[in-house]
Design a protein around this ligand. Structure first.
Ligand SMILES: [Ca+2]
Ligand SMILES: [Ca+2]
Ligand SMILES: [Ca+2]
Length: 512
């Protein structure tokens, strides 16, 4: 059995007991398991569970959750969770999903300053898909169940303020979309070592995955964190903790990239017993941080236990502010400068400050938002993604090449469940060749054209009848000057709801 810092053999015995009783219970979970629920994102080649209490990448019964390639026996992450922290008055506040979790389902009532919904089965996790307005009879809920009254995002097509599916529908940025609400107001079962007063935070999680995710397999998380207490949060930070385990956990390394705002894990040896040769690299990137002065990640680090392991709430607060667990700053030994991105050298170029001595690794990445007054909301969006190259090290190069692509997808506006999807070109900016991808869910007359800034057509990439399916076309801009261009797709469909003309356009940049 995999052992974790701070876990005892007694807990492992309890888990085995729980297993034999076939209950929803696993290693290091709090005693009260009522209301816990999870559903999977498995739209591309990642299959991973998301829970209604701030944790993800973990299966039931304490098993690793980030299955890639899905339906294989290989996993790249053991556990991930949301971490938040602040100061309120003189004291620090820390709430974490860290194997166990400080969060519970339900909302935090501002008026009475109490958590609510713990015993209400409506505060479960929800999942909807553009393909299944009535659900699929398995994990996918009917659109009508989408909990808009809990804050789940939706589109009011007729603008009357009332949710009337299927005319109105959930915001669906991907083929699979999850939502849940949780808060940190219940502290009854918190480990004494990491206990602080709660922040009184209410969190709305919207998570999604796309079937056709360009460049790398990815899942996206949008954390909306609301200060429901009556105190100002100062030095508020949000982070994702991840116990990356690429196949076998005892031969991994990790690193960060401050320019990309990325933390990643990779196999420290060319071959992993589970993944074999050329094992993949897995990354987490802060795709946006609204309410943050620079809208980006401020810190990313990797740590090991017991060497530089946080052991109490103060240590975790420090990790969530880009410091070492002991309170000192990280010092880059190659520059002698303080940094909040540890191990930020380049394993591909074999330069700079790199991780060494493969073993068990943990990673954390996040943003420091500063002051958050009562009832203010911050938005912290993260993407987890994975890429396999031609070697354990080349996988890092390939992973980094995909950062901009997975982020551009994450920043898309709500995807209306329509008859087609037009994706961002890749690469972008480009010189001189790029790829444009689109999905047709029904057959129809399609045109894809490229226009310059003046609206003049400069290329015609598709024109004619196409069956439903996924299409890719390459565009060679060899004869065109640098600048901003647009590509526009039009679809004339004759579906069951009658003939209709649909169009979408996106921007791209030629840099020579
Ligand atoms: Ca409506
Ligand atoms: Ca490994
Ligand atoms: Ca690990």
């Amino acid at each position: 059995m995999k052992t974790k810092s701070g876990k005892s053999g007694a807990i492992a015995v309890l888990m085995i007991l729980a297993t034999s009783l076939c209950t929803v219970a696993f290693l290091d979970m709090p005693a009260d398991l009522r209301g816990l629920s999870y559903k999977h994102l498995d739209a591309n080649n990642i299959r991973t569970p998301v829970w209604n209490v701030g944790m993800f990448d973990r299966e039931n019964m304490g098993l690793p959750g980030f299955n890639w390639p899905k339906d294989s026996n290989a996993y790249a992450v053991y556990f991930s969770g949301l971490w938040i922290s602040c100061k309120a008055g003189d004291s620090i506040r820390v709430s974490q999903a860290y194997y166990s979790t400080h969060f519970r389902q339900g909302y935090f009532d501002y008026t009475t300053q109490t958590p609510k919904g713990f015993d209400d089965s409506l505060y479960r996790i929800y999942k909807v898909s553009p393909q299944f307005p009535n659900g699929d009879g398995q994990e996918t809920d009917p659109w009508a169940k989408w909990p808009v009254n809990q804050g789940a995002p939706w589109v009011d097509v007729n603008g009357n303020g009332t949710y009337e599916p299927p005319a109105d529908y959930p915001v669906m940025k991907g083929e699979q979309n999850l939502f849940c609400v949780f808060n940190d107001g219940y502290r009854d079962s918190v480990s004494a070592l990491r206990s602080t007063l709660p922040l009184r935070a209410e969190v709305h999680l919207y998570a999604y995955a796309r079937a056709n995710q360009p460049c790398a397999d990815a899942v996206h998380y949008e954390w909306k964190i609301i200060n429901k207490g009556r105190s100002l949060w100062t030095d508020f930070s949000a982070a994702i903790f991840s116990d990356i385990d690429l196949g076998t956990s005892n031969n991994d390394l990790a690193g960060t990239d401050s320019a990309l705002g990325l933390v990643y894990g990779y196999n420290g040896t060319p071959t992993d017993p589970v993944y074999g040769s050329n094992p993949p690299a897995v990354g987490i990137v802060v795709s946006s941080a609204e309410g943050h002065p620079a809208n980006r990640a401020d810190f990313a680090t990797r740590w090991r236990c017991p060497f530089d392991c946080p052991t109490d709430s103060l240590g975790h607060y420090r990790i969530m502010h880009g410091l070492r667990a002991d309170g000192n700053s990280w010092i880059n030994p190659y520059t002698n400068l303080q940094t909040k991105f540890s191990f930020s050298g380049d394993p591909v170029a074999q330069s700079g400050w790199r991780d060494s001595l493969p073993g068990e690794r943990y990673v954390t990445i996040g943003s420091i938002f500063g002051n958050v007054p009562p009832l203010d909301t911050i938005k912290f969006n993260t993407t987890s993604f994975i890429k396999r190259g031609t070697s354990n090290i080349n996988s890092i190069a390939e992973l980094k090449n995909c950062v901009n692509s997975v982020i551009s997808i994450n920043q898309n506006e709500s995807q209306i469940p329509s008859d087609f999807t037009l994706y961002q070109n890749y690469p972008n900016p480009f010189n001189p060749v790029t790829t444009i991808r689109y999905d047709l869910r029904i057959a129809g007359e399609v045109s894809v054209k490229i226009y310059n800034m003046l609206g003049k057509e400069v290329a015609d990439l598709a024109n004619g009848f196409l069956n439903a399916g996924t299409y890719e076309t390459t565009f060679d801009a060899a004869g065109l000057p640098s600048g901003v261009y647009f590509y526009r797709m039009e679809l004339l469909s004759t579906g069951i709801s009658g003939a209709k003309q649909l169009s979408a356009a996106r921007k791209m940049v030629i840099v020579k």
